[in-house]
Design a protein around this ligand. Structure first.
Ligand SMILES: Cc1cc2nc3c(=O)[nH]c(=O)nc-3n(C[C@H](O)[C@H](O)[C@H](O)COP(=O)(O)O)c2cc1C
Length: 165
């Protein structure tokens, strides 16, 4: 079973979550693809696709948005699993961030979705990011809030819903 996890990440958290998902996909031949760095293989070569992006100011990465738009038909056929990384605490807003991160058309075809939590890594933020987070989160301490249970659920649902080819 061939799975591609295709992601974008600014400070490395979505990359970390991608690796956690890859490690849980036992019995799969997993390709991890960084949308901003790696060559994009033909989507049709995979049995299933998992997409991940982080959220900044409520929105997903432009690179991920463009990739989804350009490959929408192929991605729909792979019954994708979708996740986002973010530090939003309100559960309703977390779900909104997830559903807004990907094209509605793709979201409707998803077999699994997850708000995977995130991290504030102050040492990796630039001056403006640090100032924004200090003001909003009222902290200047790095913190990790990755939701391992959500990741487990995503993998279970993905494996149940995956197309067998
Ligand atoms: C300037 C800034 C704005 C952010 N805005 C949001 C946001 O609107 N919603 C959210 O859930 N998380 C927000 N976050 C948290 C990031 O999504 C979180 O740090 C995530 O783990 C980053 O993942 P990455 O390192 O893969 O890019 C923000 C973080 C920064 C630094």
């Amino acid at each position: 079973m061939k799975t591609a996890i295709i992601f974008t990440s600014k400070h490395g958290t979505t990359a970390k979550v991608t690796q956690m998902i890859a490690a849980r996909l036992t019995g799969n031949q997993v390709s991890v693809i960084n949308l901003k760095k790696d060559k994009i293989p033909d989507i049709n070569l995979f049995d299933g696709i998992i997409l991940g992006t982080s959220i900044y100011a409520g929105t997903s990465s432009k690179t991920m948005q463009r990739f989804c738009k350009e490959n929408i038909e192929a991605l729909k056929r792979k019954r994708p699993a979708l996740f986002v990384c973010g530090m939003e605490l309100d559960e309703t807003k977390q779900q909104q961030e997830l559903s807004n991160a990907y094209p509605q058309e793709l979201y409707e075809y998803a077999v699994a979705g997850c708000f995977a939590g995130g991290e504030f890594q102050f040492e990796k933020m630039n001056f403006f990011e640090r100032a924004i987070i200090k003001r909003i989160a009222k902290t200047d301490k790095s913190v990790s809030q990755i939701k391992k249970d959500g990741i487990d659920r995503l993998v279970t649902e993905y494996e149940k819903g995956k197309v067998m080819e």
